[in-house]
Design a protein around this ligand. Structure first.
Ligand code: NAP
Length: 259
């Protein structure tokens, strides 16, 4: 049986790494996984997780979702010349009072979470459309469904991804392409450590005392939620895996919907 070719973004840690390992370890070798990451210096963790056993089921490629050329280079390095399953997973958080973020910081978050997802889909979608075949999985967030204090920019990026995916899903059913958005709550990964955070204790933080005190409380609450209630990546992988196995929705006749 022909292997399904999967490309995953953001595989240096967390959900992307776990999904890459899970699919590449499939005993029937059903998947060929292209595990991509923006910085190949970080590939050791992934290699240790697969214990070097999966040369025929996994390849590691450099890909930065903010860099169009690196996405095109990754595409060119897929030896099968096609992607059956695209997983847009790369993402980064931003926490702090909105007025404390520079516009450059805000742009940076949108560049990864929103534009990075759109760039990646744009690059691989035309081939999927021609072949009338494909699956797109996106790691969204509960923060794309409901607002969270001190997460305005992150939530805005994930709400936007939500809108883009829902819109694409309507059209792409006409091309036999299935779009799934997985809205994770807190997950035990490096996400909290990696997110860009304004420290409440930062004396240079120019916000009013009330905001500072609420932010301080929020950070403590957040630490406790991640410590006590976060899901393990295994649970998220099961959800992603069942999304891969899910049967397609019946095709509706035409396009509908308004603004
Ligand atoms: P993570 O361990 O921090 O992983 C994030 C991954 O994204 C890393 O591999 C990171 O690479 C990569 N990345 C960041 N910027 C990138 C770029 N420009 N190009 C390519 N890759 C880039 O966190 P995670 O929890 O696995 O996050 C995965 C996804 O799940 C994200 O989209 C996140 O928003 C979403 N999510 C996570 C949670 C949670 O609680 N963990 C909850 C809801 C949604 P580097 O190592 O190079 O930074």
């Amino acid at each position: 049986m022909e292997q399904k070719v999967v490309l995953i973004t953001g595989c240096s840690s967390g959900i992307g790494l776990s999904l890459a390992v899970h699919l590449a370890s499939n005993p029937s070798k059903v998947y060929k996984v292209y595990a991509t990451m923006r910085n190949l210096d970080k590939k050791q963790r992934l290699l240790e997780s697969v214990r070097g056993l999966h040369k025929d089921t996994m390849a590691i490629l450099q890909m930065d979702v903010t860099d169009q050329q690196s996405i095109l280079d990754a595409k060119r390095n897929v030896t099968e010349g096609r992607i059956d399953i695209l997983v847009c997973n790369a993402g980064v958080g931003l926490m702090g009072p909105l007025e404390a973020h520079s516009l450059d910081t805000i742009r940076g978050i949108l560049d990864v979470n929103l534009l990075g997802t759109l760039r990646t889909i744009q690059t691989f979608l035309p081939d999927m459309k021609i072949k009338r075949h494909g699956r797109i999985l996106v790691t969204g967030s509960m923060g794309g469904l409901q607002g969270l204090p001190f997460n305005e920019v992150y939530c805005a990026s994930k709400f936007a991804v939500e809108g883009a995916c829902e819109s694409l899903a309507i059209l792409l059913q006409h091309f036999n392409i299935h779009v799934s958005l997985i809205e994770c709550g807190p997950v035990n990964t490096d996400f909290l450590m990696n997110l860009k955070r304004t420290e409440a204790s930062d004396e240079a933080l120019e916000v009013d005392a009330h905001t500072r005190s609420l932010y301080d409380q929020y950070l403590q609450h957040c630490q406790s939620v991640f410590q006590n209630e976060a899901q393990d990546t295994d649970e998220i992988i099961q959800v992603l895996h069942s999304a891969l196995a899910a049967s397609r929705q019946p095709l509706s006749e035409g396009l509908s919907g308004g603004n």
